[in-house]
Structure formats: C-alpha cells, structure tokens
Write a protein that binds this ligand. Structure first.
Ligand code: FFO
Ligand code: ATP
Length: 205
C-alpha cells in the first residue's frame, strides 16, 4: 500500500474511534445544528436540486436537513450504492420511503425504495452534500475509502458540472492535513455543528 493510503487508513481509524464515543443525543444535537447552519448557506438557498445522503451510525444527523430542504420545495436526491461501489441516485420523498440497504458486514445504509434515476442524475445538482470523516484547510476530504464520491466528483468534472461541494462533519474533524492522492478533489466548504468553514476551492476557478 502506498504511504498516503496507509496514512488515510490510520486517520480513518483515529477518527472512527472519536465517533465511537458519541451518544445518540450527540448525533441528534449535531444534526439540528448542521441543519440550522446549512439552511443559511447561499448555495442551498438558491439550489433547486441538492444531492445529499441519509446519515447512518454515528454520522452527524442529516434527517432534519433533508426534511427542511424538501419542505422548501428543493428536489433532494439520495445515493444508491451499486455493487461496483459507484453511486446511483433516487429522489427523497420522505423518511417512510427509505429502505435498509447494504451488504453483509458493511454499514447498513438507508436508500430510496424506488427505481433509481441513473449515475448521471448527479449532474443536475446545484449542490452536493458529502459524507466524510475529515477535511483539511485545502478542502481535501477523507471519505470511508470506497472511492464512491471520488468517482462522482470525477463524473461531475468530466461533464463540466460545478455544483457547490459541501461536506458535513463534527467540529474535531476539520484537521490540519488529510493525506492527499492525485485523484482527490477539494470541497468548497464544511458545515459542522459550530458553523460553516470555507476553503480555497470556494474562490475563483
Ligand atoms: N450515510 C452514508 N451514505 C453513503 C455513504 C456514506 O459514507 N454515508 N457513502 C460514501 O461513500 C456511500 C456508501 N459507501 C460506503 C462505503 C463504505 C461502507 C462500509 O461499510 N465500510 C466499512 C469499512 C470497510 C468496507 O468498505 O467494507 C465500514 O465503514 O465499516 C459502506 C458504504 C453512499 N452512501
Ligand atoms: N475516479 C475513480 N474511479 C475509480 N476508482 C477510484 C476513482 N478515484 C479513486 N478511486 C479509488 O477509490 C479508492 C478509495 O479512494 P479514497 O481512499 O480516496 O476514498 P475516499 O475519498 O476516502 O472515499 P469516498 O470517495 O467513498 O468518500 C482508491 O483505491 C482509489 O484508487
């Protein structure tokens, strides 16, 4: 394994241990704060289509944000994990329309029950809310290591689509440096329970 891959794995482990100490209450409180800050972002105020995700396990809660966006009339799309770890997308039509999905031994995800729209549905997004474990001052994001969002970001770049990329994290997860590999693409901002953190990718391109 390359050094950067090893470093990423180590950082995932450390951050995973921090998350393992969180209670249900911490997750709920974080979710409410995230929704409050995210809903004030100009990028989301003007968005007609937002690609987001359903938080699971000890990820900061996204439920309140998903419901508030939907109540605003925003078209919210959610990822559907394919067998090859790439992402398809399905519309969010309420918590009761989500089904448990996942493979044995892996994280149990909640995904839209209806037939997905295809991998290219993400190209319609005005904003993309990404899960992660950390981000650094350059906006480089550490994900779970499946490479799913790496592929999505490559697909967007190839199509010339530039939605606002925003990662949702806990406060301690905005770190000094995330190990970078050539395929990594920076996000524009992170929303944490304490507020919005903007990165250089926010500037002119
Ligand atoms: N809530 C949520 N939905 C999401 C993601 C996410 O990070 N969070 N994804 C982000 O890409 C995609 C799903 N990717 C996944 C990546 C890894 C594992 C998983 O179970 N990983 C193991 C580690 C080893 C393994 O890969 O099997 C684990 O975390 O225990 C599950 C889903 C799409 N949906
Ligand atoms: N465009 C791509 N197409 C296919 N595989 C890719 C692509 N980009 C990265 N990968 C592969 O995905 C794997 C995971 O990459 P990395 O550790 O950067 O994931 P991550 O960004 O933490 O996870 P995620 O993107 O799922 O949030 C690596 O083995 C990498 O080579």
């Amino acid at each position: 394994m390359s050094t950067q891959k090893t470093r990423k794995a180590e950082l995932r482990h450390t951050l995973g241990r921090m998350r393992s100490r969180l209670t249900e209450d911490d997750i709920t409180v974080a979710g409410a704060a995230l929704a409050r800050h995210a809903l004030r972002l100009p990028e989301l105020a003007s968005a007609r289509t937002v690609c987001a995700y359903v938080s699971v396990g000890r990820e900061p809660g996204t439920g309140p944000l998903l419901d508030a966006l939907r109540a605003r009339g925003v078209r919210v799309l959610l990822p559907v994990l394919r067998d090859d770890d790439d992402l398809d997308w399905g519309p969010y039509t309420g918590p009761e329309r989500l089904v448990a999905a996942g493979r044995p031994g892996r994280l149990m995800l909640r995904e839209p029950a209806d037939e997905p729209l295809g991998r290219r549905a993400v190209l319609a997004a005005d904003a993309l809310l990404l899960p992660g474990l950390a981000v650094d001052g350059r906006g480089l994001r550490l994900g779970r290591g499946g490479g799913s969002y790496d592929r999505v970001l490559e697909r967007l770049a190839e199509a010339g689509a530039h939605p606002a990329l925003i990662v949702l994290l806990y406060d301690g997860e905005v770190v000094d440096a995330v190990p970078a590999e050539p395929h990594d693409r920076p996000v524009r901002a992170a929303v944490t329970p304490s507020g919005v953190h903007r990165f250089p990718a926010d500037g002119p391109r």
